[in-house]
Each structure stands twice: as C-alpha cells, then as structure tokens.
Design a protein around this ligand. Structure first.
Ligand code: SF4
Length: 442
C-alpha cells in the first residue's frame, strides 16, 4: 500500500478541484475497485489527516468550479466522507472560505441521518451523489450491516430538501434485472435529479463468481434505453457506448432551464449561438458558459431553434454523455492532418475504440495507411476495458504483434501521470525504446 504524499494530494486537488478526505469506508462492496488491484499498482491511500491539515489544503481549490468530495482522483483511494469523524468541522470551514461555490459530496448514504441532513442543508449550494447501488441484498453485496433502510434514507434526504443524484453499480448477473429495475424506480420516485448506472469492473484478481460476459455492456445499454420510458428523471450509463460525436440530449432535469425552454430527450444540438458544435463536451460547455444561449437543435428530421433562459455559468439542465475534450479533439485532428501520407498506428482502449475509429475515419477518410487498434487491458484483466487502466506492457504487446511498421504511434494520454508514468510507475518512453517506433500521446 502506498501512502499519498502532500504533493501528490495537492496535485490531485488541482487537477479536478477535488477535496480528498479519507480512504476509509464503512462498507465492503463486493465490486469495490480498491480491493482488486494486481500487485505493483500505484494507488495511494490518504494518511490520517487532522481537520487542520485538510483545512490548510483549501488553498489549492478553485472557487470558480464545483468542489468535489468523495470521488477518487488520479490514483487516490477515496472512501466514505461521512466516516471521517470531523467532517462537519471541515465542511463548515469549507463553506466559510468558499461562500458561493457549489459543493458536491459522493456518499453511500448509510451515515446520513436527519440532523446531519439539516446541517448539510445550511451549506447550500450543495448536492449529494448517493451511491445506492442496490435496494436488495445489501448485506451480501455491500457489506451493509447498519440495519438502515435504503428507502428511508432517500426519503429523509428528500424531506430535508436536499438536491441529490443517484448512482448504481449494476450487477444484474448477480442480483437479477428485477432488483436493478426496482432500485432505479425507487430513486426516481424518491426525488433523485438524475441517475447514473455504472458497468462494474472486475480485475483478474476478483473471484470468478463476480465475472460476467462482455455482452453485459450492450445489454445494459439496451436496458437503460428501455428503462427511460418508465422513469421521469434522466438516466445514463457509465461508461457510455459511444460511436459518434453528435451532441445528443440523453435527458432533461425537471424544472431546469432546458426543461422550461422545451428541450427534449433525443434532440441533437447543432449550434450554440452562432458556433457550430463538433462534439458533446463542446455543446455542453458552451451552453453552460453563456447567458440565455440560443440552441439550434435537430429534432427528428426538423431543425428548430430555442433560447435557454439561464444565467452565465448556470447548468443548462440537460444531460449528455461526455465524449472528447474539444481541445484534445483539435490537437488530434491537427496531428492527423500533419501526418498525412505517413503510416500511423493509433492505439485506443477497448471502450474508446468504436468512437475513435469513427473520428479517425472522419478525419482521414479511407486512407489505408492509418490503423486504429484497441488495446486489451491484459495487466488488469477481467472485465477492465478503460484507457486509464492500460499500462506500458499492454501497449508493447499489441505493437509487437501488429503487422505493420508505423512511422508514428499515437497513444491516449490518460494512462500516464504528469511525469509520463503508468500505474506501475513505468515511463511511456519505454515504448519507443522497446519497439523502435516513435510515440506521441494525446
Ligand atoms: S462505498 Fe465505495 S469506497 Fe466504500 S466499499 Fe463501497 S465501493 Fe468501496
């Protein structure tokens, strides 16, 4: 186990406006990623920190972006924030130092009770993300022996008037699809603003009983689309199954600017103001940044235009998947243009492959000297398919087996930290050294 140094903690805070509190947790979820890492993986546990130390670190937070608590950041293990004994003292001071900044706290909810909820209400603007995960089999699946009823917790949050979002790690192969449906319907009925469903990730070290077929991702995707018909709140799948960059609306939060202006599920944003959008992230960021933006939308076969009545930097209230950062997208397109006529190998994660191969086709046409290849997460194994968990040896294995001699290899930046090292501490420079091909990361 590695202990996070102060400089590591401050770097994590800066990169995502995250305030790390504790790595300890009151539950023992069977899918908890913190327990399944193969040996050698550099994930960092937070040392026991005094409230004074946590408060001192506030200077690394920005008042201009939402402050996030309870989410893992850059290789750090985040536990349950309300399990930290001095959480109230820390939150009170955080609000004093950042009087207007929205605070988001992710919690399993088990330790929330009416007096704590009343305290949180005084700290608004604040929203909770409740990792409910399952209504049934809570002892077996989550190690929840608190005896607290999950429905009562949700009702108490609603009674306190706090805004919250629901999150669910889907394990229908273990607990059944009915249990998943019931959990999602309960979140909808008990006032969640949005619901996010996560595909579980199991590494090669997880017990085989937890494993599932790769087709579960597709099945969950279809299940979410069907379940939307029965729910009144937006619901999305994480990771999403994306094949294009169309800025499609996946749901609209009730009473939000988008809701009042008549934006609908399935609308595709073409333009925000006069700016033609190239991807979802750009459409969302522009809509959020502007006051009263005019949206040009494609609805079925028609183009319509409407104005979102909202303040500058206010959330537009529609939900869409996150695809590609527009700056990264421009850099990628620029690089591909600059490499015209050269043999290029583009390596991507299994999850990113459908989207990246389409983006490359859009930029390179049918040029047959560009190959896009998905890299399996051999090191983590199991069901893991994400870029953030690829390591140098996974890339080398694919490059060594490919039947081409690329002039350049493009890799995703995600698996590497600010020093260019993967989760095992190996530098991305090892790849050109061991394969003989030049490499760039985007
Ligand atoms: S609540 Fe989160 S951190 Fe705690 S055991 Fe479950 S998954 Fe892990």
């Amino acid at each position: 186990m590695y202990i996070a140094s102060p400089s590591f903690i401050f770097y994590a805070m800066r990169s995502g406006n995250v305030l790390p509190i504790t790595s300890r947790c009151n539950l023992q979820c069977i899918f908890c990623s913190h327990k399944q890492n193969p040996p050698g993986v550099k994930v960092y546990h937070l040392p026991e920190r005094s409230p004074h130390e946590i408060k001192k670190s506030f200077k690394y937070l920005s008042a201009d972006e939402k402050i996030i608590i309870g989410e893992s950041a850059t290789g750090m293990v985040e536990g349950e924030p309300f399990y930290y004994p001095c959480i109230k003292e820390v939150l009170k001071e955080l609000r004093r130092r950042f009087p207007e900044t929205e605070i988001q706290i992710t919690t399993n909810g088990v330790l929330l009770e009416p007096s704590l909820l009343a305290f949180l209400k005084q700290l608004e603007p604040l929203e909770l993300v409740i990792s409910l995960n399952t209504l049934g089999s809570r002892k077996e699946a989550l190690g929840d022996f608190s005896g607290r009823d999950a429905v009562t917790i949700l009702e108490e949050i609603r009674e306190a008037g706090l805004k919250y979002h629901g999150s669910v790690v889907a394990i229908p192969h273990l607990l059944g699809w009915d249990n998943l449906s019931r959990t999602l319907l309960t979140l909808d009925e008990r006032g969640a603003n949005t619901i996010r469903v996560f595909l579980p990730g199991f590494t090669r070290l997880a017990p085989s009983s937890l494993g599932f077929e790769p087709s579960l991702w597709e099945k969950l995707h279809r299940f979410i689309i069907d379940t939307r018909k029965a729910l009144s709140v937006p619901i999305i799948l994480d990771p999403p199954l994306l094949r294009d960059l169309e800025a499609r609306i996946e749901g609209v939060i009730k009473n939000s600017p988008a809701y009042r202006s008549g934006v609908k599920l399935g609308d595709v944003i073409q333009k925000v103001g006069d700016k033609k959008v190239t991807c979802r992230v750009e459409a969302f960021n522009l809509s959020r940044a502007l006051e009263n933006p005019t949206l040009t939308l494609k609805r079925n076969a028609e183009n319509i235009s409407l104005t979102l009545g909202k303040k500058e930097k206010e959330s537009p209230g529609f939900v869409m998947y996150s695809d590609i950062d527009p700056y990264q997208m421009n850099e990628f397109a620029g690089r591909l243009k600059g490499l015209k006529g050269r043999k290029v190998l583009i390596l991507t994660s299994m999850l990113g492959y459908p989207l990246i191969s389409n983006v490359v086709k859009g930029n390179r046409g049918e040029e047959n000297n560009t190959v896009v290849k998905a890299v399996p997460n051999e090191f983590f194994g199991g069901s893991i398919m994400s870029a953030g968990l690829l390591v140098v040896k996974d890339f080398i294995q694919v490059i060594k087996n490919i039947e081409m001699s690329p002039q350049v290899i493009i890799l995703p930046q995600k698996p590497f930290d600010r020093n260019g090292k993967d989760l095992l501490g190996e530098s991305c420079l090892t790849i050109p050294e061991k394969t003989g091909f030049p490499v760039i990361t985007i």
